[in-house]
Every structure is written in structure tokens, then in C-alpha cells.
Design a protein around this ligand. Structure first.
Ligand code: AMP
Length: 208
């Protein structure tokens, strides 16, 4: 049995059609079902549907052989025990810094700034590389609120259309990383299940 860990939410909406294209369909609808494990139309293939941030962990420890997760989640996890097999080119967006409209153009190199983000490792790496002293504040959601209430000077968040930033009077500044969904595999599964994984990778690659 092969287990694929799928990221819940926005990514799942784009993942299911891709799996359908390679002939894999879940037997229950993960958007309405409360199940966590989903059988598929293949007896030897099942999916677990979990939070994106947990997908690399399930795959690292072999609880899932394969996973579909955003590059943002992979960067935070660090990639230990995982192989990144394919850029699926879905859920494409950008990890960016953003500041209140009133702060656009202000110099950041001459002071210590506070940055609110869910993406602590990526943010730390970015500000360090820029030579900017940043105190990173970890949040789990609604990062846009932080600069509006004085919790942070700026944020690092995913931007797709930019409408969330705009609605909160924030302006995207610098690119931290280009993000898209990746197919990842457990290192041991890659050896044991090589044939089946290679076939799936080939099929997916055809439909990207
Ligand atoms: P947008 O308003 O289209 O720029 O989308 C920004 C909001 O959607 C932010 O709250 C992001 O955290 C979230 N978001 C955008 N793209 C993605 C993605 N690929 N995966 C997960 N969340 C995303």
C-alpha cells in the first residue's frame, strides 16, 4: 500500500484535478467528509488529508510515502529525510515582505525591525541575507493584522493576487521565494517502492 499525504484547503482544490488526470480518484469527497484517510479507486493507494505544515513531517517519518505540499511548507520543514521529486506548478504564489502603505520606501537597515510571519525560517534567512536586523514574531494566521495594530513593522506572507494585502492597506515589497506545490517522497520509500513511484512521477510530469 502506498500512502500519499495531501495538503488540506486551497492546495487540495488544485491537487484533486491533477490526481484525476493520472487516473487517481478519492472514493469520498474530502471537502465534505470528516474522514482523514481516503481510499482511492486503486486498491494499493490511499490518501491522508492533513494540514500542509504537517505533510513534510508525515513523509519524513514514513507515515506517508509521498506528499503534495507547497514549497513554503518545505522551506519551513527543512527537507530532512525527504526527496523533492517534482514541481507540480499548482498553487503558485510568492512569499513576500509587505509593509503598511505609509511605510513604503522607509529605510530598514539602520534599525531593528519586528516582522510577523508564519514562515519563520524563510524570514530569518531572508533578513539575514539582506543584513537587516529583524526580530521575527511567529503567528499562525492573519499576519496582515500585525502591522495595523503595532505588533510588527512588516510581515512575510504568501501573495497570490495581492487582494488580501490591498484590503488591509499593505504593500508588497520584496520577493523572499517563488512558491508552488511539490511532490515529495520519503527517502526509504523511494528505494522500496521505486517502480510505483517512478511511474506516478512520469504520469504526473506529463500533465504539468
Ligand atoms: P491573495 O489575496 O490572492 O494575494 O492571497 C493571499 C492570501 O492567501 C494570504 O492569506 C495567503 O496566506 C493565502 N495564500 C495565497 N496563496 C497561497 C497558497 N499557494 N497556499 C496557501 N495559502 C495561500
Amino acid at each position: 500500500m502506498i500512502t500519499i499525504a495531501l495538503s488540506k484547503g486551497r492546495i487540495l482544490k488544485q491537487t484533486l484535478p491533477l490526481l484525476e488526470k493520472v487516473g487517481i480518484s478519492l472514493l469520498d469527497d474530502p471537502f465534505t467528509s470528516r474522514k482523514l484517510i481516503f481510499a482511492t479507486n486503486h486498491d494499493d493507494l490511499q490518501c491522508v488529508v492533513i494540514r500542509a505544515t504537517d505533510v513534510p513531517t508525515y513523509v519524513q517519518f514514513g507515515a506517508a510515502d509521498l506528499g503534495i505540499v507547497g514549497k513554503d511548507g518545505l522551506l519551513e520543514h527543512g527537507g530532512e529525510g525527504l526527496a523533492e521529486l517534482l514541481d507540480l506548478k499548482i498553487a503558485q504564489c510568492r512569499l513576500m515582505t509587505a509593509v503598511p502603505a505609509a511605510a513604503v520606501g522607509q529605510l530598514r537597515h539602520d534599525k531593528r525591525i519586528r516582522v510577523a510571519t508564519k514562515y519563520v525560517k524563510s524570514a530569518q534567512r531572508y533578513y539575514q541575507a539582506q543584513g537587516i536586523q529583524a526580530e521575527i514574531i511567529k503567528l499562525y494566521g492573519a499576519m496582515e493584522l500585525a502591522p495595523l495594530v503595532g505588533l510588527a513593522d512588516e510581515i512575510v506572507d504568501l501573495v497570490e493576487t495581492g487582494s488580501t494585502l490591498k484590503a488591509n492597506n499593505l504593500v508588497a515589497q520584496d520577493l523572499v521565494a517563488d512558491i508552488s506545490c511539490r511532490l515529495i517522497a520519503n527517502a526509504a520509500s523511494m528505494r522500496v517502492q521505486h517502480k510505483m513511484i517512478a511511474k506516478l512521477v512520469d504520469q504526473l510530469a506529463e500533465h504539468i
